[in-house]
Structure formats: structure tokens, C-alpha cells
Design a protein around this ligand. Structure first.
Ligand SMILES: *[C@@H]1O[C@H](CO)[C@@H](O)[C@H](O)[C@H]1NC(C)=O
Ligand SMILES: *[C@@H]1O[C@H](CO)[C@@H](O)[C@H](O)[C@H]1NC(C)=O
Ligand SMILES: *[C@@H]1O[C@H](CO)[C@@H](O)[C@H](O)[C@H]1NC(C)=O
Ligand SMILES: *[C@@H]1O[C@H](CO)[C@@H](O)[C@H](O)[C@H]1NC(C)=O
Ligand SMILES: *[C@@H]1O[C@H](CO)[C@@H](O)[C@H](O)[C@H]1NC(C)=O
Length: 436
């Protein structure tokens, strides 16, 4: 059957040569052609990024004298017939290979070119098949209404928005620019948040930083926009050691930890309110890290006038606060100004506390700062990992584990000292003075 048709086809072709005029009359059905043209395979769908060239292919067989036309289905417009471009759209072109494969070229493809295209053979009735052109668009982020950098007060609710275009519609992911996790509250944190709207309820200082809204839809390139979130809050101060003992002539460092944004002004005062002068024997040093500040006040050589109360003060536009530290005197043994004696009286090992103050593990050195210091409750677990102990409800009690000898040797001294130096609250105070 196939061979026959081929032979017949050849025969038909010969007949065709004799009647060339029929080529120009395609509407008249060539009765002598036995084999009708047909499509060899369906049109393959095409996906093209906007701006590129899209090529649709229509594969025919036995076309013979018939003609191939390309049409736009939605608008019913004829684009090409054989190798002639009919449409006025200058971006359209048509090519073929041996009259078998007919290519419709659409240059600088636009989103409006997306749709169905038809390949038609002018048989009677006509034969056609359709193919779909998808035009994809890489994602873009619209300046408006995408959020811009924000300054908010701690505790407020924040909504970050990312408005995008692109086809297919992009998916949106929020991340921190520095790669740190995003706190969600209740101790939960995530590396990313999906969706065009990113809500933060009760924004926290930990949320401060730059966020990236990343839009992607599988069409490169993905795009991102940086939105910086600034969280304002009044200063807060933590004092690790509210009670610090020192011997005269020794160096002593008092420390305070403060958090504030905008950045606070930080300084030290005495109980009288006078600002501790910089230089000379006093050396205040600030260690800053983002909104955190560690304030150290070093007294090079503690004199009698240096004992008493100190305050570390933090101020910003939203408020001010202070933390108190009491520096008390550790009496020198036997009138000796030497902290260690001459090596016969003190058997304990010398060691240092967090602030570089010297202590001696000895029964007679009862006022160990470590044991008398106030044990603070943790504030949201946010401060440094300090070995705080809970002494709530045990105000002024001194663990006998720490003072085995002292209580037996100097009970009266112990009582007096504890009455003198223990402050009124047993918990670490976290005071925040709101703006007046
Ligand atoms: C071509 O694309 C259209 C529209 O997306 C779809 O309906 C059709 O199934 C696709 N055909 C093929 C062969 O993939
Ligand atoms: C913030 O959102 C929470 C939960 O949706 C709501 O309870 C609270 O009232 C909101 N706060 C403000 C200041 O809008
Ligand atoms: C985000 O918050 C706004 C109001 O601030 C609310 O209308 C919206 O539904 C919230 N969106 C999500 C995803 O929680
Ligand atoms: C240490 O001082 C004591 C009294 O101050 C004295 O009796 C003793 O001899 C001294 N020891 C040394 C090793 O200097
Ligand atoms: C404060 O001073 C102490 C003692 O000099 C030191 O160990 C500590 O590191 C200082 N604080 C900071 C934050 O550097």
C-alpha cells in the first residue's frame, strides 16, 4: 500500500510538472494527487524568555503542491503563507527545511505573544494543528509597594512587603542578609520566611538588621531587595557584680553591660552624681558591638576616697537608665598594705575574678566578691553566659560551703559586713527610666 502510494505520488508529481499552472491555484483540488499531505508529528510547545527568539516547528509530509500557513489562534490572524510573511509584525519570520519542517520565528518575544499558534495546510477541508508558546519573564521587585528601610519601636508590629512581577509568578523568600536565624518569638527561630508579606509581631531588638526579599520563578536571574529594619529602644543596663571588694592600692575594674538603640551616651558617676573624670587614675573603656555596650571603669590604684557607690549611666533619645555598683574596702591584714602578706599568713592560692580583681582562697579572706555579689535573674536569657546563681529568698545568707572558716572564726564581723554591704534588693535590678 505504502509503495503503491509512493509510486502514485511520483506519477502524480510527473503529472504536476505538466500542469504547473495548478500550483498557483491551490484552492482547486488536484484530483490526480492520491496521497494527501499531513502532519508528521504534533507541534512541540515552546517556552521562551521575554526578549529572546521563539521558534515553533510544524513538520509535514507529502506537502506536494499544498501550502503551509501559520496563524495566531486568539486573533485569527494569518502570520505567514509558505515563505511569505503576511502580518505587519516585523518580528515574525518564516523558514523551512526542504518543505518538510516549517519554522515560525518570533523575534524579541513579548508577553503578548504568549498563546496558541496554528499550522495549517490548505487542503479541502483544511488540516491544522496547534502549538502553545509560553513567554516567561524573570522576576522583578517593584519599588512600590515593596517596603523600604524601616525604623520602628521595640514591641510594635512590623509588616515587610515584597511586591514582585514575573511569569510564572515568583515565589518570595525572606532571609537575613547576615545569614543569622530569624526569631519568631517563644524561643523559635527559622532561617527563612516564605511569602510576599512578612509579619513580625512585637518586634524585638534581635530582629534588628538587614533582610533580603528574594524573588525567583525558575527564570534566571532571581532578584532580591534589601530592607533594613532598625529597632529603637531605651537603654537597659545589667550589672553583673553590684558589690565589689577591693584593697587599697590595688587596681580594680567595675563593669556594666548596656543595650540601647539609637546608640546611648555612656558614662560613670559617683553617688554624689558627679561624673567620674576620665584620665588620671580612672580609665573608662567602652566595648561596643551593634546595640550592645560593655562599660568598664578601671581604677588604677584604689584610694580611700574611691570606696562607695558608682553608677554606670546610659542615655539615648528614648530614655535613660543606670546601674549601681558599690565598691567596698577589703581590710588589709595586720596593717600590711600588701594584699598577700609576706607569704606566711596566707596559704591560699591567688586567683582572679571576672574583672581581674585579686582574691585569695583563704579562710581569712571572707569577703569574696564572688560570693557576696548579687545573683541576678536573667533577662530573657540575653546576657552573656554568666554563672549566676539563684539566691532569691536567701538575702544576705552566705553559703557555708564558701565560707567554712569565716563563720566560725568571725561571726560578728560577718554579720556586720553583710548588713553593711548587702543592698536592699536581692535580685539584679533592671531599671529603665522612660523618657520624662
Ligand atoms: C502545550 O501547552 C498547553 C498549554 O499550556 C497544554 O495544555 C498542552 O498540554 C501542552 N502540550 C504538550 C504536548 O505539552
Ligand atoms: C500586634 O499584633 C498582636 C497579635 O496580632 C496584637 O495582639 C497586638 O495588639 C498588636 N500590637 C499593636 C501595637 O498593634
Ligand atoms: C500581616 O499583618 C497584617 C496586618 O498588619 C494582616 O492584615 C495580614 O493578614 C498579616 N499577614 C500574615 C501573612 O500574617
Ligand atoms: C611575715 O610577717 C610576720 C609579721 O608581720 C613576721 O613575723 C614573719 O617573720 C614574716 N615572714 C617572712 C617570711 O617574712
Ligand atoms: C572589662 O575589664 C575586664 C578586666 O579588665 C576584662 O576582663 C573584660 O574583658 C573587660 N570587658 C570587656 C567587654 O572587654
Amino acid at each position: 500500500m505504502g509503495r503503491e502510494s509512493v509510486n502514485l505520488c511520483r506519477l502524480g508529481a510527473l503529472v504536476l510538472l505538466l500542469g504547473i499552472a495548478t500550483l498557483f491555484l491551490p484552492t482547486t483540488r488536484p484530483e490526480h494527487i492520491v496521497s494527501e499531505p499531513n502532519f508528521k508529528e504534533p507541534i512541540t510547545n515552546v517556552t521562551a524568555p521575554v526578549g529572546r527568539e521563539a521558534i515553533l516547528a510544524c513538520i509535514v509530509k507529502d506537502l506536494g503542491v499544498y501550502k503551509v500557513a501559520w496563524l495566531r489562534v486568539d486573533t485569527q490572524t494569518i502570520l505567514t503563507i509558505t515563505n511569505h510573511v503576511i502580518t505587519k509584525n516585523h518580528r515574525i519570520e518564516v523558514t523551512h527545511s526542504d518543505h518538510l519542517t516549517w519554522f515560525l520565528h518570533i523575534r524579541e518575544v513579548r508577553e503578548t505573544d504568549r498563546g496558541w499558534y496554528m499550522c495549517q495546510i490548505n487542503t479541502d477541508p483544511m488540516k491544522s494543528q496547534r502549538g502553545y508558546l509560553d513567554v516567561v519573564v524573570p522576576p522583578d521587585i517593584l519599588d512600590y509597594p515593596t517596603s523600604t528601610d524601616m525604623v520602628v519601636k521595640e514591641g510594635s508590629n512590623v509588616t515587610l512587603r515584597c511586591a514582585t512581577t514575573g511569569s510564572p509568578p515568583p515565589t518570595i523568600t525572606w532571609r537575613r542578609e547576615d545569614g543569622r536565624p530569624i526569631p519568631l518569638g517563644h524561643g523559635q527561630e527559622v532561617m527563612s520566611v516564605d511569602g510576599p508579606v512578612f509579619n513580625i509581631t512585637k518586634v524585638d531588638r534581635l530582629h534588628m538588621g538587614s533582610y533580603l526579599c528574594i524573588a525567583s520563578n525558575g527564570v534566571p536571574p532571581s532578584v532580591s531587595k534589601r530592607i533594613t529594619l532598625i529597632v529603637h529602644f531605651p537603654p537597659v543596663i545589667w550589672v553583673q557584680n553590684q558589690l565589689v571588694g577591693a584593697r587599697q592600692g590595688h587596681q580594680m575594674t567595675l563593669g556594666c553591660h548596656s543595650e540601647a538603640f539609637p546608640k546611648s551616651i555612656n558614662y560613670w558617676t559617683r553617688d554624689t552624681g558627679e561624673i567620674v573624670p576620665q584620665g588620671g587614675k580612672y580609665e573608662p573603656i567602652l566595648f561596643e558591638d551593634a546595640y550592645k555596650v560593655h562599660m568598664n571603669l578601671t581604677i588604677r590604684s584604689v584610694g580611700p576616697q574611691d570606696f562607695g557607690a558608682y553608677k554606670c549611666v546610659s542615655k539615648n533619645a528614648l530614655g535613660d537608665t543606670d546601674g549601681s555598683i558599690k565598691l567596698y574596702e577589703i581590710p588589709s591584714a595586720s596593717g600590711s598594705r600588701s594584699p598577700y602578706g609576706n607569704g606566711t599568713k596566707y596559704k591560699g592560692k591567688q586567683r582572679k575574678n571576672n574583672y581581674g580583681n585579686n582574691f585569695i582562697d583563704d579562710d581569712q579572706n571572707m569577703l569574696k566578691e564572688r560570693d557576696l555579689k548579687l545573683r541576678g535573674r536573667k533577662e530573657n536569657g540575653r546576657e552573656d553566659e554568666e554563672d549566676y546563681e539563684d539566691s532569691s529568698g536567701a538575702r544576705g545568707t552566705i553559703s557555708s560551703n564558701h565560707f567554712p572558716g569565716w563563720l566560725t572564726l568571725f561571726p560578728v564581723v560577718a554579720l556586720l559586713l553583710s548588713l553593711t554591704f548587702l543592698p536592699h534588693e536581692s535580685t539584679l535590678e533592671l531599671r529603665t527610666l522612660r523618657p520624662a
